[in-house]
Design a protein around this ligand. Structure first.
Ligand code: DCB
Length: 475
């Protein structure tokens, strides 16, 4: 009996070590299983891209171009397949409701199993698993079907515009499904076609969503719960992270960067487009901090340059400066930095006079095919005269992004001025202009989305402006 047991253990150990060794040498690009071939090709799992941790044969490190490494260890990990064929790691199972998810599990015996979860079901049922055991003969723990990944996420609704998500209840925790055709996994890399933003299928696309207030003050409202309400119940597809540079922002306190990064990751996980806003304001001249901006945008773009979620806004509202001598030279340098890491992302450049002077670039455009120029309005201050100017800019081929607007006066308070705001919203819709509204805060000012003292987005907590903006996002 004892002997039999020992033989069994030895055998088992033999199989295990054999597996691990094979794992190390296995060239995944040679796999013939259609699923794993697709999987590994898409992930660029060529063996030279990977190093195997010598201490632990079950963990892999992906070498990326900037030398940062993504580690795959033997824990369960979840990956979401994007429409462009790349994968993004998501960190929890609640995404099962929404996305096509692959789980990768490496068992202690070196067997890697890939499990597909059909995204169209709201439960995690309907899953099939494929196991790969590195050509070894050890039996796998999962069932060995050879189905290809479900493609349900790409079929069906092709309406690319924001809004019109079904369901209108705003009770926290309600589970209106996100409309995928509105989000990054469906639309992928955005680009410009003339003055229009188009998705990766070339269809006109409009981003609509909220801007945070200053992250140093109201960053706590940028929660996953709130983002899900905006995304699922309001049909929003973008969120702007306003990282002030002065007034206690990044230039005064670098730790705000950690908040920004956490928010970016959360928004990526939730399939949202994200505007990373270098929010200059009373530091009116962007070129006063060119070096800091270059350092910042280099850091962000080297980390996120491969994801289609990110839109870079390189200077919120310059004023009392010159386009030709201050903003444009600054933009050229910062954009060159971003482009080294991210050749395709959209970039928004603020214009003079708190982002109102959109005619300036007509004769001195930035030489880059995916740059938009910011136009900001507050409907108590900015009326038809500014729309006329914007029309002129559009006619001259200047792409516009309204990365900030409010229903108040230009100081963020007063009013609200909803009739004028409606004219602007209609104008943006007609011209397919993307926008973010100021702001997700509960500050006692009329442009705030939430009533003072509240932190959760629901109908009871919305201000007059909040109600208006909700309708505008829903479209
Ligand atoms: C912009 C800024 C934004 C500012 C809003 C409303 O500023 F990009 O940061 O937000 O528009 O004014 C406000 C907040 C206040 C906060 C203040 C300072 O709502 O709670 O105290 O920032 O941090 C604009 C926009 C347009 C004009 C002037 C300003 N304009 N400005 O046309 O004259 O001076 O802030």
């Amino acid at each position: 009996m004892k002997k039999k047991f020992l033989v069994l253990v030895t055998l088992l150990l033999f199989v295990l070590t054999g597996c691990s060794k094979k794992e190390k040498e296995h060239d995944y690009s040679q796999d013939i299983d259609p699923y794993s071939t697709i999987f590994f090709q898409d992930m660029k799992y060529e063996s030279e891209d990977y190093v195997v941790d010598e201490k632990d044969n079950l963990s892999y490190e992906k070498k990326t171009s900037d030398d940062s490494k993504i580690k795959y260890d033997d824990n369960k990990e979840y990956y979401k397949k994007r429409s462009d064929g790349t994968y993004t790691k998501v960190s929890n199972e609640e995404d099962f409701e929404i996305y096509e998810i692959y789980t990768i599990t490496t068992t202690s015996s070196g067997v890697i199993t890939y499990e597909t979860v059909n995204s169209s079901s709201s439960s995690s049922g309907n899953s099939s698993s494929i196991s790969q055991n590195s050509n070894s003969s050890s039996s796998s723990s999962g069932s060995s079907s050879s189905s290809t990944p479900s493609s349900s996420s790409q079929s069906g609704n092709s309406n690319p515009s924001a809004g019109s998500s079904s369901g209108s209840s705003s009770s926290p925790g309600s589970t209106t499904p996100a409309k995928k055709s509105n989000l990054v996994s469906y639309n992928g890399w955005l680009k410009l076609s003339g003055t229009n933003i188009v998705n990766n299928k070339g269809e006109k696309f409009q981003l609509r969503g909220m801007s945070s207030h200053g992250l140093q003050w109201y960053g706590n409202l940028v929660t996953e719960q709130n983002i899900k309400v905006l995304r699922d119940e309001w049909g929003s597809n973008v969120f702007r992270l306003a990282m002030y540079t002065s007034e206690g922002g990044y230039l005064d306190n670098r730790s705000i960067y950690n908040v920004l990064e956490k928010d970016i990751d959360m928004l990526i996980k939730n399939d949202m487009y994200v505007i990373v806003d270098w929010h200059i304001l009373n530091d009116n001249n962007p070129s006063s901090h060119t070096n800091e901006a270059i350092e910042f945008f280099n850091k962000v773009s080297s980390k996120y340059g491969n994801t289609p979620n990110i839109i870079y806004e390189i200077c919120n509202e310059p004023h009392w400066v010159s386009w030709d001598n201050d903003i444009k030279p600054y933009a050229d340098k910062v954009i060159a930095t971003i482009r080294k890491n991210s050749p395709n992302s959209l970039i928004i450049v603020g214009t003079n006079t708190w982002s109102q002077d959109v005619l300036d670039p007509i004769n001195n455009r930035i030489n880059d095919k995916n740059v938009l120029y910011a136009l900001h309005f507050y409907s108590g201050t900015h009326t038809s005269w500014l729309r006329d100017r914007a029309d002129q800019a559009l006619a001259a081929g200047i792409p516009i992004f309204v990365s900030e607007w409010g229903t108040s006066s230009a100081d963020g308070n007063g009013g609200v001025f909803l009739d004028e705001a409606q004219k602007w919203v209609d104008w943006m819709k007609k011209n397919n202009i993307s926008w973010a509204s100021w702001s997700l805060s509960d500050k006692n000012e009329s442009s705030a989305l939430l009533k003072p003292g509240s932190s959760i987005i629901n109908d009871n907590n919305l201000t007059t402006s909040g109600n208006f903006v909700k309708k505008a996002i829903k479209g």
